[in-house]
Design a protein around this ligand. Structure first.
Ligand SMILES: C[S@@+](CC[C@H](N)C(=O)[O-])C[C@H]1O[C@@H](n2cnc3c(N)ncnc32)[C@H](O)[C@@H]1O
Length: 292
């Protein structure tokens, strides 16, 4: 059953506001940075072997913060490399922020950016229409597979674009996180499957296992302070609740039973722990690394 609520993604302004707040309240980008600095360099060495130029796609890159961190590690590992970077991002606002970030960051002359203001599936259609056979050395999809209609088909398409030594990196919330528990319990009520999928790395692993596609899996510990969600009427708490449920104005639109059930689950030990009087949600991420 699909949820009857309006999805947060339908209101770009509110979505971006709640996403920004989520980044402030969580160690989301910090744990990704640890992965980018700790694990990716070894992967870059493998994909860059014998190459002077790399083809890269960022799918759902947002404002590009993580992309530029990855490029900086890539450049450290592969000095002298040049990069052709396709950015696939449907939000004009995000693309604008990404371009501003690029303009303010020194020494990026080695990267050629192609801005594709479109969804992953629009990119796929254009690619197929033009019958292109270009291959890519590094493709990343960071926290974006929730927003495609068919995450598995999207993974299959982008994997088909990998070069011989190429790698596809997928980051999503881990099946073991508070998100996984929330979605296993309230998927029918919260998930508007027309717009967004409550998908975790657990779901993608099940798909890859069924297809016999090998992958490497990393778990990234991450936390999110959701204390404000439990103060009725708190503006930031409401935004965080919208982000967690993916529902616009969840507090106003949900039935009292659903609201109580979701809030109880959010502070249940399956989802959160209590630290110094704060409610800390388990925001652990999973990373899957695939080869061609
Ligand atoms: C949660 S943000 C993640 C942004 C960035 N990767 C990061 O981790 O900071 C999700 C991004 O996916 C983009 N997005 C939404 N639907 C998409 C689609 N169908 N195809 C590609 N990107 C999409 C959004 O505009 C947004 O920038």
């Amino acid at each position: 059953m699909a949820s009857s609520f309006r999805s947060l993604v339908e209101d770009e302004n509110r979505y971006l506001k709640s996403f920004r707040l989520f980044l402030e309240r969580s160690s989301e980008h910090q744990c990704m940075q640890d992965f980018i600095q700790g694990v990716l360099p070894e992967i870059f060495t493998k994909i860059g072997k014998g190459k002077s130029s790399l083809n890269v796609i960022g799918v759902g890159s947002g404002a590009g913060e993580m992309d530029l961190q990855m490029f900086s590690q890539m450049r450290l590992k592969l000095p002298g490399i040049t990069v052709n970077n396709e950015v696939v991002e449907p939000s004009g606002d995000m693309l604008f922020k990404y371009k501003v970030l690029v303009s303010k960051t020194p020494n990026l002359e080695y990267i050629h950016f192609t801005w594709n203001k479109m969804t992953a599936s629009e990119f796929e259609s254009h690619w197929k229409e033009r019958n292109l056979d270009k291959k890519f050395d590094f493709i990343h999809m960071i926290q974006m597979l929730y927003y495609v209609k068919d995450p598995e088909a999207t993974v299959s398409f982008f994997r088909s674009l990998l070069s011989e030594n190429g790698r596809l990196v997928i980051i999503l919330v881990s099946g073991q996180s508070g998100w996984g528990k929330l979605w296993r319990t309230y998927r029918a009520e919260l998930c508007n499957t027309e717009i967004s999928q409550c998908v975790t790395t657990g779901d993608i692993k099940t798909f890859l296992d069924a297809k016999g596609i090998p992958y490497k899996n990393y778990e990234l510990p991450s936390k999110m302070d959701i204390t404000e969600c439990f103060t009725e009427g708190d503006e930031k708490g409401e935004l965080l609740l919208d982000f967690l449920t993916e529902v616009i104005d969840f507090s106003k639109n949900a039935s009292p039973e659903l609201k109580a059930g979701v809030k109880a689950l959010l502070r249940h030990p399956d989802c959160s722990s209590e630290e110094d009087g704060r409610v800390i949600f388990n925001n652990n991420l999973g990373v899957l690394v695939l080869d061609p």
